[in-house]
Design a protein around this ligand. Structure first.
Ligand code: ADP
Ligand code: MG
Ligand code: ZN
Length: 473
């Protein structure tokens, strides 16, 4: 009998914090650099050195915890997680085991489901192995860079939920200013724990853990591959073996790295070199008060306050600088949507790359966009002229009044339109006669003349109506 299986996944996400210095020493956290140039006796683990906790790491981690709805522990501590690997010169990683800094948070997804956050703890990153010229080298620049690890409950049921969650984490960290979350530089990396179970079952199946993925594409492909691999095993009556996997991006398959280690394999114990981490309720409240408006809240407010669609609000809140720019441009407009359409349409298509949207590099200030939108709102220029003016503003970095003549911005009222229509008929009597003789097309020539005379400011339907009236036999 065939059976439908459900995907069950939990994520462990490592986020590198963008403090200036490392977690236990004053070396730089800058990405890259000459190998082993951001190192000192502490972060390469020389005997006799002592770590000292960078307090900024604690504050950043608390900000993350508060933004994800966690409880903050007033007392926590650092533990040693022992394992031997060349990227870890001390043969232990300083992490948090049974007293993490943050617990019990939650993230809401757009489909209404909640992903529970089990914990967020702080730890140090390891160095990096480089396989080159048939040899393996080690670069300790990344060793000792502060990380937070955000661990969810096994609450994901699809690839798209995982993707939305990771995007939301990334955006939230950026809003908080605590990480650049550049996946391509490894400053956000995910381990995906995955199991399957018969649809409707409440018990968890045996899981595997796919380590260290740093691209959305790889995460999605790895989950799809592993989901079908486990289903096939179960369908064939074979067990899933609990193990740690690597996703091979070239072949697109998951392969075993090692059988799953248990917490006891790491012989965790408290790091005797570091004191208890104490956070006062006042400090927590101060950090809570300093949180910025978060992406979901901003999107909801944009829809309520400016009447933007849900999709437009969500898009704007993905780029906080553009969102600020929009708010400056929209201030005082009766129809803020005009400014949003300019920004999300023509301006965004010029900005192109994600990086340019993030930096919000627009060659004119928000006040210039406001003035352009106001001209449309007040009926001084029509949408066609506004759009061509916007293109020139983007080309030249100028404001609308530098590009539009005073005549351009003069509203074409009914009286003016009538004048222009009469002039067009007078200037082209053949077209007028043609129209009167039954040639509908001849009217287009006259409408065209009116539009040219106003450089596109007149409304074509209004001109047509007026011309038909004047030419009534
Ligand atoms: P460990 O510390 O051994 O890695 P945890 O219990 O802390 O194990 O879980 C690690 C991650 O694995 C969490 O994100 C959790 O939600 C997820 N997880 C645990 N059990 C399962 C399961 N049966 N299926 C899918 N994910 C799971
Ligand atoms: Mg794990
Ligand atoms: Zn150092």
């Amino acid at each position: 009998m065939s059976c439908e299986y459900e995907l069950v996944a939990g994520l462990e996400t490592h986020v590198e914090l963008s403090t200036k210095t490392k977690i236990f020493c004053s070396c730089s956290t800058a990405f890259g650099g000459q190998p082993n140039s951001h190192c000192c006796p502490v972060c390469i683990g020389l005997p006799g050195t002592l770590p000292k906790l960078n307090r900024q790491v604690v504050r950043y981690a608390i900000r993350a915890g508060l933004a994800l709805g966690c409880r903050i522990s007033e007392i926590s501590k650092m533990d040693r997680k022992n394992y031997v690997y060349p990227d870890l010169p001390k043969a232990y990683q300083i992490s948090q085991f049974d007293k993490p800094l943050c617990r019990d948070g939650a993230v809401e997804l757009s489909n209404g489901r909640t992903i529970r956050i089990n914990r967020i703890h702080i730890e140090e990153d390891a160095g990096k192995l480089i396989h080159e010229r048939g040899d393996t080298f080690v670069d300790y620049n990344r060793g000792g860079v502060p990380l937070i690890e955000i661990v969810t409950e096994p609450d994901f049921r699809s690839v798209s939920e995982v993707k939305e969650y990771v995007e939301l984490l990334q955006l939230t960290m950026k809003y908080l200013g605590i990480s650049d979350c550049r996946m391509e530089e490894g400053s956000l990396r995910c381990d995906v724990n995955l199991s399957v179970r018969p649809q409707g079952s409440e018990t968890l199946g045996t899981r595997t853990e796919i380590k260290n993925m740093n691209s959305f594409t790889h995460i999605a492909r790895a989950i799809e591959y592993e989901f079908s691999r486990q289903q096939e095993l179960l369908a064939a009556g074979e067990p899933v073996i609990q193990e740690t996997l690597r996703y091979d991006t070239t072949s697109g398959v998951t392969e075993s790295m090692r059988s799953k280690e248990d917490a006891q394999d790491y012989r965790y114990f408290r790091d005797p070199d570091l004191v208890t981490i104490r956070v006062t309720p006042e400090e927590i409240e101060e950090l809570r008060a300093s949180l910025p408006e978060l992406p979901a809240a901003k999107a909801i407010r944009f829809t309520a306050q400016y009447g933007l669609s849900g999709a437009d609000s969500a898009l704007l809140s993905r780029y906080p600088r553009c969102a600020d720019y929009f708010e400056q441009a929209a201030a005082g407009l009766k129809k803020p949507r005009i400014a949003a359409n300019f920004l999300l349409g023509q301006v965004f298509s010029r900005l192109g790359s994600e990086a340019a949207k993030e930096a919000c590099v627009i060659p004119f200030d928000a006040a210039a966009l406001h003035r352009l939108a106001a001209l449309v709102e007040d009926g001084k220029i029509n949408m066609g002229l506004a759009k061509s003016t916007l293109e020139r503003m983007l080309d030249l970095g100028k404001g609308p009044e530098d590009l539009l003549s005073p005549a351009d911005m003069e509203a074409v009222d009914d009286k003016k339109l009538e004048e222009l229509c009469r002039a067009a008929i007078e200037a082209d009597p053949r077209a007028a006669e043609g129209f009167l003789g039954g040639k509908e097309k001849a009217l287009q020539a006259l409408i065209g003349a009116v539009m040219r005379a106003t450089r596109g400011r007149a409304s074509a339907p209004a001109a047509e109506k007026q011309l038909r009236m004047l030419l009534k036999p």
